[in-house]
Design a protein around this ligand. Structure first.
Ligand SMILES: Cc1cc2nc3c(=O)[nH]c(=O)nc-3n(C[C@H](O)[C@H](O)[C@H](O)COP(=O)(O)OP(=O)(O)OC[C@H]3O[C@@H](n4cnc5c(N)ncnc54)[C@H](O)[C@@H]3O)c2cc1C
Ligand SMILES: C=CC1=C(C)c2cc3[nH]c(cc4nc(cc5[nH]c(cc1n2)c(C)c5CCC(=O)O)C(CCC(=O)O)=C4C)c(C)c3C=C
Length: 465
């Protein structure tokens, strides 16, 4: 009987890669609902300008255990020469902007910036540490990252630093998102010592670095991408899965566990028996598959909500930007439908002189801004109004591409760690032949989901051998 992987995004593909690498079995079936592999990783070549448009993720961080692991995967696939790094000395690594009060402001990224007053902040950010020192601990199981930062470091930090950052990681509202998940060291330091900054000195695991991760460290990479965009990674993963049966256009509709095995019902009624299932589906999708047999697990899975993001790629002839920056983010207090704009052609300069931007809209506020009208024409109109006003652009784009990514990013709201713990315990105590990977559980970044696949395969290896 095969091991079945549900979902052919980057986590499903990397799970297949790690299964092959572990030499566990060659009998692997990967089932993908759509007609393409890659999931949210989706780089397209714009037919008008030839520019590379990313519809989903565009950069990966090289740091830590998870960052080193992805770079090892890149090396394994023979893609090391295709990596395009952005160095920490590059202007886009230093210039991260927020839009507040009708103006763009640079966030402080160095020590000098932390000790001086830079608008929109009314006092040096470093003074936040003093507030932390004199604030008593609030004992709790979890808190929102907004309330935590507000309490310990001050409202301006929560408003102008953390809120936009949360928009740029999960298109979410910092007033709902869990501090225990996103900043565990700071949260635990408050709970233990009543001093959050103590968490900055918490020990982190030293990664086992491969050659590429060593190069990233010695060359001071800030983030990296690949020639042709991040889809080069998913394409390469897919084309190196020798022997794996890749079934496209095959949505799984039901998952039922029998004694020591699992039965998948495929669209159209076909059945597939397997000895183990690796699900890379968003939690709420998996909930539908298991609800009839495991309603309790389905309820927990359904409590991990997702939000929708509209992504608009724009290409202009010539240089239309006044700033060389990574892009800008908009704090929710500014009440705009755009979450932010990424200046792709600043991080990855082009020889053809095009300016390439990606605007992202909606997220947690998608219903608020787009429930009445969400056709491409309306989304493009809203995007151009906002982008032109914020960036002072007068030129017309020569090419545009609009996508609405429905329920594309999970929201790790307060209590997420407990919810995920309950789901994983349920699987373990019921001895279900099921592994859960992907962005719904233990991290939303590319690095996190690849690591989730590696961990799942290590676990299966221990169970099956
Ligand atoms: C707009 C955006 C920007 C992002 N930017 C970054 C970034 O800059 N850096 C970064 O590190 N991360 C970024 N991320 C996060 C990253 O893209 C995701 O975490 C990652 O792509 C998730 O991959 P996955 O394989 O777990 O899930 P998915 O990509 O969702 O893959 C799941 C797959 O399952 C398939 N499927 C669904 N239902 C079924 C079914 N019933 N049967 C069979 N198949 C099914 C889907 O078609 C899909 O192919 C971004 C995400 C978004 C949305
Ligand atoms: C500057 C503008 C940015 C916008 C707009 C933006 C939108 C956006 N991002 C995600 C998801 C992720 N982004 C991640 C990394 C990341 N994003 C930005 C900026 C914007 N994002 C930067 C500068 C970075 C790099 C982080 C760094 O160098 O410190 C990640 C990975 C996070 C990780 O832990 O690795 C994710 C995930 C979404 C869904 C989104 C939509 C509005």
């Amino acid at each position: 009987m095969p091991i079945a992987i549900i979902g052919g995004g980057i986590s499903g593909l990397s799970a297949a890669h790690y299964l092959l690498k572990a030499g566990l079995t060659k009998n692997i079936v990967l089932l993908e609902a759509s007609n393409r592999l890659g999931g949210w990783v989706n780089s397209i070549k714009d037919p008008v300008t030839g520019a590379n448009f990313e519809k989903g993720p565009r950069t990966v961080r090289p740091y830590g255990l998870v960052g080193a692991n992805t770079l090892e995967l890149v090396e394994d696939l023979g893609l090391a020469t295709k990596v395009v790094p952005v160095l920490k000395t590059h202007p886009t690594a230093k210039n991260r902007l927020i839009y507040v009060g009708g103006k763009l402001h640079r966030l402080p990224t160095d020590l000098a910036g932390l000790f001086s007053t830079v608008p929109p902040f009314s006092r040096p950010l470093a003074l936040g540490a003093l507030k932390d020192l004199f604030t008593p601990r609030k004992s709790c199981e979890d808190d929102t990252i907004y309330d935590f930062v507000c309490r310990r470091f001050g409202e301006e930090l929560a408003e102008y630093l953390v809120s936009p950052l949360i928009c740029g990681i999960c298109a979410g509202d910092a007033r709902n998102i869990s501090v225990k998940f996103l900043a565990p060291a700071l949260f635990e330091a408050e709970q233990k010592y009543g001093l959050a900054v103590a968490g900055l000195f918490a020990k982190t695991e030293k990664p086992n670095m491969g050659a590429l991760a060593n190069r990233a460290a010695s060359e001071f990479w800030s983030v990296w991408s690949l020639e042709g965009g991040l889809a080069s990674l998913t394409d390469s993963l897919a084309s190196n899965l020798q022997g794996v049966e890749l079934r496209m256009n095959t949505p799984v509709e039901k998952l039922e566990f029998k004694k020591g095995r699992a039965e998948l019902t495929l669209e159209g009624g076909g059945l597939l028996d397997c000895r183990h299932v690796i699900s890379s589906l968003p939690a709420t999708r998996l909930a539908k598959l298991v609800a009839h047999q495991h309603p309790k697990m389905a309820t927990s899975l359904n409590s991990i909500s997702h939000v929708t993001v509209a992504v608009v790629n724009l290409a202009y002839r010539g240089q239309v930007l006044k700033e060389n920056a990574f892009g800008f983010l908009v704090p929710p207090s500014q009440k705009l439908p755009i979450l932010g704009v990424i200046f792709d052609s600043c991080s990855f300069p082009r020889s053809d002189g095009l300016t390439v931007l990606t605007a992202m809209l909606g997220g947690h506020w998608f219903q608020e801004y787009f429930s009445q009208k969400n056709d491409d024409k309306h989304i493009l109109g809203v995007t151009l109004d906002n982008v032109n006003r914020v960036l002072g652009i007068e030129e017309e784009p020569v090419s545009t591409h609009i996508s609405v990514l429905k329920d594309c990013i999970p929201q790790y709201t307060v209590g997420h760690t407990k919810r995920v713990g309950d789901i994983f315990s349920y699987v373990k105590s019921n001895r279900l032949p099921l592994s859960l990977i992907g962005s719904s559980y233990k991290g939303v970044g590319i690095n996190d989901v690849i690591m989730s696949s590696k961990n799942a395969v290590n676990h299966i290896q221990k169970e099956l051998v």
